[in-house]
Design a protein around this ligand. Structure first.
Ligand code: FAD
Length: 309
């Protein structure tokens, strides 16, 4: 039987990888603000299970058009109050004036939040639509980074795109934009999800070639539902190779096998990146701990002693 294309040319000693990984890998986790009490319980179960892994930070997304403004705030404020985690709030430029966004930033600072993930946001119609800045609003993420830093000395993370943002004319525009965000006061890039390790590694090379020293952290999205994953990928210009789609082919009605495949595929992706010197990972958890926990375990990331029961 021939070797699956995604494994061709991949030579790594698993034990060595795990050994190199132990103690060196840093993780962060992303959640979204829950809509209902039941979903809130699910989120908190995930937070409690992932907290012992001592992530560098956890972040909470901001719904398109500011639709989750209060829920995001409540969730981040509760994480700050009730856990040992360093919580970051996502914030976008969409559908709000600078004055309104600055008020949200001040509220975060007063609630003890010290880290903002500053984003342009998708157009109110959803990802892939035409974007135009809101009147009197921050136009792009770089403007929001400056705004946040003017309100308070927040740590600021920004988005980067291994498959390039669909609105960037070319790679020079993409990298120039990342540089503008760093020059405005951001300290790291967190990447959109991607399937092919080479996409991320090429982005990292481009960033280095532009003389940028700030860290770029790969965003890892384990597949929980392939159709949903594909939709998000299409809207965001993320390339999904046929071999990857093939891994999930025929598994729509078999969630158990799908989850095992998803964990194996993401762990494999992370292992390839570790083999190339990557030591930080940001997981899109979708408010569930299981896949992220399993992948972290394979990477050698375990509960820290202070949290272990
Ligand atoms: P920007 O960095 O502003 O760039 C967007 C595009 O505009 C790029 O193509 C850039 O080249 C171009 N551009 C920048 N400046 C200019 C200019 N002056 N003139 C013309 N073009 C310009 N969305 C949400 O709604 N809520 C979230 O919580 C959220 N979290 C995210 C977390 C991560 C880690 C990532 C990767 C994405 C997230 N997104 C979120 C999605 C993000 O909002 C979209 O991808 C959005 O389309 C772009 O946001 P950005 O911050 O990258 O924009």
């Amino acid at each position: 039987m021939s070797v699956a294309p995604h494994l061709q040319g991949y030579i790594a000693d698993a034990a060595d990888r795990a050994g190199r990984a132990r103690g060196r890998i840093n993780v962060s986790f992303e959640f979204f603000p829950p809509k209902t009490e039941k979903l809130e319980e699910q989120l908190w179960e995930a937070i409690r299970k992932l907290e012992p892994l001592a992530p560098r930070f956890v972040s909470v997304t901001y719904g398109a058009g500011g639709t989750t403004r209060d829920r995001t705030h409540r969730t981040v404020a509760r994480i700050v109050k009730e856990t040992s985690l360093n919580a970051a709030a996502h914030l976008t430029c969409v559908s709000a004036t600078r004055v309104e966004v600055d008020a949200v930033l001040r509220d975060y600072w007063s609630a003890g939040v010290r880290h903002i993930v500053a984003l342009r946001g998708d157009p109110p119609g959803g990802a892939g639509g035409a974007y135009s800045p809101y009147p009197d609003g921050y136009a792009y993420a770089a403007d929001l980074v400056s705004g946040a830093r003017a309100v308070a000395p927040f740590e600021v993370s920004v988005a980067v795109y291994p498959d390039r943002h669909p609105d960037s004319a070319d790679w020079d525009a993409e990298i120039d934009n990342f540089k503008r965000k760093l020059d405005a006061g951001a300290t790291r890039g967190v990447s959109n999800f991607f399937v092919d390790s080479d996409s991320f590694l090429r982005l990292r090379d481009r960033v280095a070639a532009a003389g940028i020293a700030a860290p770029v952290v790969p965003g890892i999205m384990p597949v929980s539902n392939f159709n949903g994953f594909r939709k998000m990928a299409d809207a965001g210009g993320v390339s999904v190779p046929a071999w990857f789609a093939g891994l999930f082919d025929g598994l729509d009605g078999d969630p158990d096998t799908r989850r095992l495949v998803a964990a194996a595929a993401s762990a494999e992706l992370c292992a390839r990146l570790i083999a190339e010197g990557v030591e930080d990972f940001h997981f899109y958890t979708l408010n569930r701990a299981d896949l992220t926990l399993a992948i972290c375990r394979v990477l050698g990331v375990r509960a820290q002693e202070t949290h272990a029961s």
